[in-house]
Design a protein around this ligand. Structure first.
Ligand SMILES: [Zn+2]
Length: 182
């Protein structure tokens, strides 16, 4: 990697340490679910991402974020508002896909074209790298049913979802974070 790129990445990462928390409950909404009166609204840590540098992978990144939003409850990934600083920066380059975290929920994802050229699934790549930002390590070698098995799941692997262990790991990590910011 050119050192200039690394320097810029580190500079950007150093300034993205804030976590946002928002209430995502349904109290007052018009749904007809049977939530008991006085039910406490659920809270999630909201992490914003800036995919403006993800080039042809913007759709894959959005799908990768949606994977996590449908898989876990304690953290949500949302596109950053214009002019705001994101927790997660997502860029495309010609290397191997990778992620670098500065702290739980903060860092940079590189959507590397090398793996895409070899045939790996772009949404699985995005979900996997976001998994690193959410605190998961590589779990290699591993089966396709594991998101964090990454490339060892095989080039034909199109599973984009974390397994139950991976989901529980992220839920636990952000449960702690939620407790800390309350
Ligand atoms: Zn990985």
């Amino acid at each position: 990697m050119p050192s200039r790129t690394l320097t810029r990445a580190v500079t950007a990462l150093a300034a993205t340490l804030a976590l946002g928390v928002s209430l995502t409950g349904t109290a007052g909404a018009t749904d007809t679910s049977a939530a008991p009166t006085g039910d406490v609204a659920a809270a999630a840590v909201v992490l914003t991402y800036d995919a403006s540098g993800s080039a042809e992978f913007a759709s894959a990144v959005a799908q990768g974020a949606a994977v996590w939003n449908t898989s876990v409850a304690n953290v949500r990934l949302e596109p950053v508002a214009p002019g705001r600083r994101a927790n997660i920066r997502i860029v495309a380059d010609n290397g191997w896909p990778r992620a670098q975290t500065t702290s739980l929920g903060n860092g940079t994802v590189w959507m590397g074209r090398q793996a895409v050229a070899e045939g790996y699934h772009t949404v699985r790549i995005a979900a996997h790298e976001l998994g690193h930002i959410l605190g998961l390590p590589d779990i290699k070698p591993g089966p396709c049913s594991s998101l964090m098995s990454g490339s060892t799941g095989g080039v034909s692997c199109t599973n984009i979802y974390p397994n139950s262990q991976e989901r529980a790991w992220v839920e636990d990590d952000f449960s702690t974070t939620l407790a800390a910011v309350r």
